[in-house]
Design a protein around this ligand. Structure first.
Ligand SMILES: [Zn+2]
Length: 156
């Protein structure tokens, strides 16, 4: 049983498979990975691995579902839909030969690669910069307080 914060795949084995690996992630993943931008969610992730060249793998991630983030205006939970896709390049050979920052290497060598952080980043980068409720869904007390603050600033 692997821990909730790790999504280990065997690159070589996965690259030989015709079909995508499918995993689902829920709240405990976002807690276990150690970040505070996304507080929870449910994601279905498809992982397709190709060996592009000897020991060079391209991992295609497609992520769908929803995540919970704090609303930028009222700070309360805001559920946002996610539909994202991204490629991760992983070189499983001697990491001394890797000079490109975009190319990842498995920690400790071998073909076992932890995708957890790549899945998190793909999800996070797909979120809009402005994450707010529709104004009528925002916490009304917070909205009232914020508009009072705006008024005070205008008085200065
Ligand atoms: Zn809000």
């Amino acid at each position: 049983m692997q821990s909730a914060s790790e999504i280990l795949i065997d690159l070589r084995q996965a690259s030989k498979s015709e079909s995508a690996l499918q995993i689902s992630l829920s709240d405990d993943f976002f807690t276990a990975i150690g970040q505070d931008e996304i507080s929870g969610g449910h994601l279905a992730v498809n992982i397709l691995v190709r060996e592009q060249a000897y020991e060079c793998f391209v991992v295609n991630l497609s992520v769908e579902g929803e995540v919970t983030v704090p609303c930028d205006r009222c700070m309360e939970a805001l559920v946002m839909p996610i539909e994202a896709e991204g490629d991760v390049k992983v070189y499983a050979g001697d990491s001394d030969y890797v000079t490109d920052d975009d190319v990842k290497t498995p920690i400790g060598g071998g073909y076992k690669y932890d995708l957890a952080w790549d899945i998190f980043e793909t999800t996070l980068l797909s979120l809009p910069l402005q994450r707010v409720h529709d104004i009528e869904d925002c916490n009304p007390e917070m909205v009232a307080m914020l508009s009072r603050e705006d008024d005070e600033e205008e008085d200065d």
